[in-house]
Design a protein around this ligand. Structure first.
Ligand code: AMP
Length: 302
């Protein structure tokens, strides 16, 4: 089944204790697409400026990402600069330049409108609402966000949450949005707005799924080396939505498996800067880590 994503297509300048990159390929829609492409073709909606390198367009095209919804307009591409210190769970934003995103209006090509799975990646929630208005009866809508929009566009974000089936947030975002340090109370608040499920991402501490009568936790895939956590959340979303779209199954049992697929996808992204590792991942590697996760979480009753 078809997957649609709207989100940022970015040039990222990132520094971690393990190195740095300047104007590397990034953005929420990019990480999502490169993770989800192992499961289904992804239709991308976004915008880039005329400084966006042709080699990045080629890389996305060669990765089987459908770019008919990617607009290219005069101006500078969205640019994000961030830094991580030794606690890689905390991103410090140094600079956010919306650039061409400031005047962007998503327009879905006709062939995108019937997409069954819709992912509203981290982007201005008013644009996320714009996309929801243009899709025809999707089977599942999933939304992600970040502190920048929780602080700046809270009401629009609440409206998006009301209209979507699954909400993805990291722990700090949930605390900020729900105004409580208690995870369960925060989860209850988000679910009370209407979504069927909430996934809370906890970086190297894994992820938790909350839904009516469901609480499920998955560890993060254990790694020898983590170099750059940028894009982990969006890649998680790519594995999560990708898996659901491949099977077309959106039952609670499928959502639990999707959390594992999300954790596996994120584990590749963080092993190197930008999308370097993600573009090299094979389906076999994805399959192996999925089986490892089964092993890590399996235990015998008495
Ligand atoms: P994450 O998965 O949360 O690490 O997402 C990282 C990606 O989000 C980076 O590649 C950034 O380009 C992108 N990003 C950072 N800030 C924003 C923002 N305010 N709106 C949209 N995308 C952003």
């Amino acid at each position: 089944m078809g997957i649609l994503v709207v989100g940022s297509v970015a040039l990222d300048s990132v520094a971690t204790p393990f190195g740095q990159v300047e104007r590397a390929l990034g953005g929420s829609a990019v990480y999502f697409s490169l993770a989800a492409r192992h499961y289904r073709t992804v239709r991308l909606v976004g915008v880039v400026g005329d400084d966006f390198p042709e080699e990045y367009v080629r890389l996305l095209r060669e990765s089987a990402v459908d770019l008919r919804g990617l607009q290219s307009v005069p101006g500078q591409t969205f640019h994000w600069a961030g830094r991580y210190d030794h606690d890689l769970n905390v991103a410090h934003t140094l600079d956010t330049r919306l650039n061409v995103f400031a005047g962007f209006h998503p327009v879905l090509p006709d062939s995108y409108r019937a997409s069954e799975f819709v992912f509203l990646a981290n982007i201005d929630p008013t644009l996320q609402l714009d996309v929801l208005r243009q899709v025809e009866r999707p089977l599942l809508t999933v939304v992600d966000t970040m502190n920048f929009w929780i602080a700046g566009k809270r009401d629009a974000l609440t409206e998006v949450i009301r209209q979507t089936d699954v909400v993805l947030m990291n722990e700090a975002e949930l605390r900020q949005y729900a105004g409580t340090d208690r995870l369960l109370a925060g989860a209850r608040h988000v679910l009370s707005l209407g979504p069927r499920a909430l996934v809370v991402k906890k970086g190297e501490n894994g992820a938790a799924l909350f839904a009516d009568g469901v609480y499920f936790v998955a560890p993060a895939y254990p790694l020898e080396e983590v170099r750059d956590p940028t894009g982990a959340g969006d890649s998680f979303a790519g594995g999560f939505v990708g898996y659901l779209a491949r099977t077309g199954d959106v039952t609670d049992a499928a959502l639990r498996r999707a959390v594992i697929h999300g954790s596996v996808a994120a584990s590749f992204t963080v092993e190197d800067f930008s999308v370097r590792r993600l573009v090299r991942v094979t389906r076999d590697e994805v399959g192996r880590r999925f089986q490892d996760m089964r092993q890590f979480t399996w235990f015998e009753p008495d």
